[in-house]
Design a protein around this ligand. Structure first.
Ligand SMILES: O=C(O)c1cc(C(=O)O)c2c(n1)C(=O)C(=O)c1cc(C(=O)O)[nH]c1-2
Length: 243
């Protein structure tokens, strides 16, 4: 069932299973099947394209903790903040050089970028910046529950992460294992994180309007991710066309 069009007034609250199904109904919109991912996983990307991807994904990675901090700032419930806080530590690390962001920088270095050029964001494309900024702005402006729901793309990501890791090891063997640590570490946590987030959303979306807003938020996030890869793909095409 699609919850993307508003139900008539007085429509009943969905049961747990129906609401979960309405969220999962968005899975076909996830970015796993994006043509850029398809080429990445088939080993068809050149080094320039891999560098473009890593430098642009960096902008997403580095904004995620700010998005999560906005959720914390908007949430009045200590038990929810307690559950959400570790996400910031996961990405930023308990110490400098220990978190997910650092692992992404190592991946960028492993594909041949310097840390300085990644941090300078000189390769970040305008469309990627707009899309990722829209995600952070959403979290700043919308109720915390919707922002949490927008992160549920993570529910769809475990298969993609495992597939990507396998295909990258196979097709780009020159990328060091240390460079792939972002994915190995992420795979270890993402199932539990996604399930806990889904339970949180289901528990707190107690009205039909909440449920519809959560589905709309997840749909918006699918658009953010598509826009990121559309932009990278477009630039990659012009790199390939270069003599
Ligand atoms: O590699 C991927 O395809 C992928 C996808 C997603 C996602 O679906 O948003 C995230 C991540 N990775 C990821 O590494 C990550 O830390 C992450 C955080 C979030 C979020 O919205 O809070 N999504 C994702």
């Amino acid at each position: 069932m699609s919850l993307l069009t508003a139900a008539p007034e007085g429509a009943p609250v969905l049961g747990d299973a129906e609401f979960r199904a309405a969220l999962y109904a968005l899975e076909p919109r996830y970015w796993d099947g994006h043509p850029f991912h398809t080429r990445l996983h088939a080993g068809l990307l050149g080094k320039d394209e891999l560098r473009l991807w890593a430098a642009n994904r960096w902008y997403y990675q580095r904004c995620i903790p700010q998005k999560d901090a906005a959720i914390l700032a908007n949430c009045p419930l200590p038990e929810v903040r307690r559950q959400w806080l570790p996400r910031i530590v996961y990405h930023d690390g308990a110490d400098a050089g220990a978190g997910g962001a650092e692992k992404w920088l190592r991946l960028a270095e492993a594909v041949g970028l310097s840390r300085a050029e990644v941090l300078s964001e000189e390769h970040v494309l305008p469309g990627v910046r707009f899309a990722v900024d829209a995600y952070v702005t959403f979290a700043r402006q919308r109720p915390w529950l919707e922002s949490v729901a927008s992160g549920l793309t993570e529910l769809f990501s475990p298969g993609l992460l495992r597939h990507r890791l396998g295909r990258m090891r196979e097709h780009y063997p020159w990328i060091s294992e240390e460079g792939l640590a972002y994915f190995t570490a992420r795979i270890d946590v993402v199932d539990a994180e996604g399930a806990a987030t889904l339970d949180l959303v289901v528990r707190h979306a107690t009205t039909r309007a909440d449920q519809e807003a959560c589905v709309a938020a997840l749909s918006f996030k699918c658009d953010v991710l598509q826009a990121v890869l559309d932009t990278v793909d477009h630039r990659a095409t012009s790199l390939r066309a270069r003599p």
